[in-house]
Ligand binder design. Sequence first.
Ligand SMILES: [Zn+2]
Length: 150
Amino acid sequence: MLICYRSKLAERLLFGNFRTMMFFGIVITKNAVLSATTKRHEGTHVRQYVECLLAGLALFVLAEGAAILCGSHVSPWWLAAVPLTYYAMYGAEWAVSYLYHIFRGDARGKWNDAAYHASAFEMEAYAHENDPDYLPRRRWYAFVKYYGKL
Ligand SMILES: [Zn+2]
C-alpha cells in the first residue's frame, strides 16, 4: 500500500477533522505517521477501490462488446471514467443515504455524518479496522454485504 505522508494534496482536499484519505488507490495523509488501525482502514478502501476499478472495466468491456455486435462503439470517454467507479458508487450511496436521513427525520442536522457512517465502504472499513487478520483473509467485494444496512 502506497502512503504519502505530509501530503500537500491531503492538506488541500481534507477538511475538518479528516486527516487521511484513500485517493485513487493511494493513501494520502496530513500526518507524519499513521496508526496500524488507520492503515487497516485505508487499506480496506484501497482494496475496495481496486475492486470497483475492475468492475468498471468489466462493465466497459461488456458495453463495448455489445456495441460492436450492434455495429457501433462506446465512447472512449467512458473508459476514462472507469477510475471514478469507486467515487461514483460512494457518492451515489452517500446522496441516497443523506436524503433518506432527511426524509426519515432522524440525525437532525447531522445528515452528512449519518450518510458517511451508513456507507457500505465505510461500514466495512470501520467494522474491521481493529482486526490485523482481516485484510489477508478478506473476500473480494466484501463491501457488498453492507448495502442496505444502516
Ligand atoms: Zn473510511
